[in-house]
Design a protein around this ligand. Structure first.
Ligand code: N01
Length: 523
């Protein structure tokens, strides 16, 4: 391990590194690989789980699979050997494990290491990270915690009194045997529509509690033929071509989603057709038909969800849940349905992640406090004013409704790499995006978001925060995001340089520097 250990002055031995990365899902692991490629030996990845994988390690529910084809939902630098077009969770998890091993970054991981707090120390110009395994100090902090890591539990009266098996979709209890049991699933999002068909044939009865009907499209999933899989691995350029084709096809959806929502009509007709083709019961058809434009909430893909709802042993309940009792769920109309197990598939804390409460910036305020005031705003999805030397992977407005998040993560990693090169070249001690640059970036983003289907489609979704702003999604083509993050734009940052650097090399319009190890940059 290349991590240095030194006495911190307190009872705990502190490690000091150049770069600390929080989390080892697609983003944190990608960061570790890029740091290694860059020749940064002094870095550490703080991972609360026992292995890499992030959301793909945690979501082990029956039927868990990706809704983006793996040829695209994989690192460009590690294309993978996939067995089918849309990979299932175990294959994606094995891929990530394998990539980490081959890249040789596991020695720089601290597993089972929960980050409790990260605080910017202005005097020392470094991050002080308190973890379950002691203190880590780092010049630079990369957050790779992702948006889908903290399960959101519904605030339903009496839910704590339920005496049967109860767990969130992202914390599946594999010791619970659902065979022959009466089960309820709360939620009809991307996770639930995979769980429902996977468990419906085995349970005695299944109640699916739907608050809002989602639009569901066909899933064009199939195993690769032997020769096809061989060719993808061995014919030069073929896998890249497949990836490019999938990328281009998916990117065409941006026109409808973000520019001209009326163009979504064709996809909506396809989804409507699915309902008619797969459900016989007219009452059920009406219940599953959404009342908003397709794309406004995440479009789901499944060939098995509607047939599962149409089964004799499955009921779709659309009345509001009023209460959960010891052995039952009671809806607002007074109906009580007895159950043995309750599966909570109600999604994640995306715009209000608890992680935000534990990261404290230059003025001592947490990300949560700053986001509470202004909404979840950042600069180019990757840095945040008031939080020096912090890179935020899968940060504000980097989410997507149509294609691979790995493409966005790699775009952000390009920016991080270019920033770190600039930092080394110019002997930079601290960087912090200027509030003006961030404000104007966000004003432009919100302007671009106005005509999109996410704002005009007539739905409520987790894409929007409590101020009604969309702070989660990128509003355009992903190649624009890639090009925006190609180079680190130091001119939009306040910068201090290392104390022994000649003043003449300084680039930025910084706030007065107070860092002991840095000095004020001047133009
Ligand atoms: O969560 P969700 P998810 N009472 O937030 C309902 C990714 N993902 O875990 O629509 C009753 O989408 C809520 O209802 P409503 C993907 O990015 C990817 O399914 O808010 N119901 C909704 O139906 C996805 O978007 C993959 O009215 C309540 C559901 O719970 C993200 O993860 C697979 C409720 C939550 O849906 C999250 O998906 C899985 C309450 N109090 C996930 N609160 C693939 O790649 C919420 N709901 C395939």
């Amino acid at each position: 391990m290349t991590v240095r250990s030194e006495k911190s002055g307190t009872k705990t031995a502190a490690r000091h590194v150049d770069v600390a990365v929080i989390g080892s899902g697609f983003s944190g692991l990608g960061a570790a690989i890029k740091l290694k490629e860059l020749g940064t030996h002094s870095y550490i990845v703080l991972e609360r789980g026992a292995e890499v994988g992030g959301t793909w390690r945690d979501n082990t529910y029956p039927g868990a699979a990706c809704d983006v084809p793996s040829q695209l939902y994989s690192y460009s630098f590690a294309p993978g050997d996939w067995s089918r077009s849309f990979s299932r969770q175990p294959e994606i998890q094995a891929y990530l494990r394998n990539v980490a091993q081959e890249a040789g970054v596991l020695d720089n991981h601290l597993f089972n290491c929960e980050v409790n707090e990260a605080r910017w120390d202005e005097a020392a110009a470094q991050w002080v990270v308190e973890t379950s395994q002691g203190r880590v100090t780092a010049r630079f902090l990369i957050s790779g915690v992702g948006a889908l890591c903290e399960p959101a539990l519904p605030d339903i009266p009496g839910i704590e009194s339920f005496s049967g098996e109860m767990f969130h979709s992202a914390r599946w209890d594999h010791s619970a045997d659902l065979k022959g049991k009466r089960v309820a699933v709360i939620g009809t999002g991307a996770s639930a529509i995979q769980i429902v068909p996977a468990i419906a044939p085995d349970v005695a009865h299944l109640d699916v509690y739907q608050r809002t009907a989602p639009w569901v499209l066909p899933r064009f999933d199939r195993p690769y033929f032997g020769i096809e899989r061989w060719a993808l691995r061995h014919v030069p350029g073929l896998q890249r071509l497949a990836r490019a084709g999938i990328y281009a096809a998916r990117e065409t959806q941006v026109v409808g989603l973000a520019k001209a929502p009326k163009l979504m009509a064709g996809l909506q007709a396809l989804a409507q057709g699915m309902i008619y083709a797969q459900i016989r019961n007219p009452e059920l058809r009406a219940k599953v038909t959404p009342d908003f434009r397709i794309g406004c909430k995440r479009m789901l893909i499944s060939n098995a969800y509607y047939p599962a709802l149409d089964r004799e042993n499955v009921d779709l309940v659309t009345d509001r849940i009023a209460e959960v009792r010891e052995n039952s769920v009671v809806t607002a109309d007074g109906t009580e349905r007895e159950i043995d197990a309750l599966i909570i598939a109600t999604g994640f804390h995306v715009t209000d992640s608890p992680m935000f409460a534990g990261i404290f910036g230059r003025d001592g305020r947490s990300l949560a406090a700053v986001f509470e005031e202004n909404g979840m705003q950042g600069y180019k999805g990757t840095t945040v004013a008031g939080f020096p030397n912090l890179f935020f992977l899968v940060g504000p407005n980097t989410g997507l409704g149509h294609t691979s998040m790995v493409f966005m993560i790699e775009s952000q990693l390009n920016y991080v790499v270019d920033a770190l090169k600039t930092i080394k070249r110019d002997n930079i001690a601290t960087f912090e995006v200027s509030p003006e640059a961030q404000a104007s970036y966000n004003a432009s983003l919100q302007e671009q978001l106005k005509p999109t289907v996410w704002m005009t489609g007539g739905c409520a979704s987790w894409y929007l925060d409590k101020h009604g702003n969309n702070t989660t999604l990128w509003p355009g083509f992903t190649f624009s995001f890639r090009s925006m993050l190609k180079n680190f734009d130091a001119e939009n940052y306040g910068i201090t340089v290392m104390a022994d650097t000649p003043e003449t090399r300084t680039p930025a319009q910084a706030e007065p520097a107070t860092a002991a190890t840095g000095k004020k940059a001047s133009r």
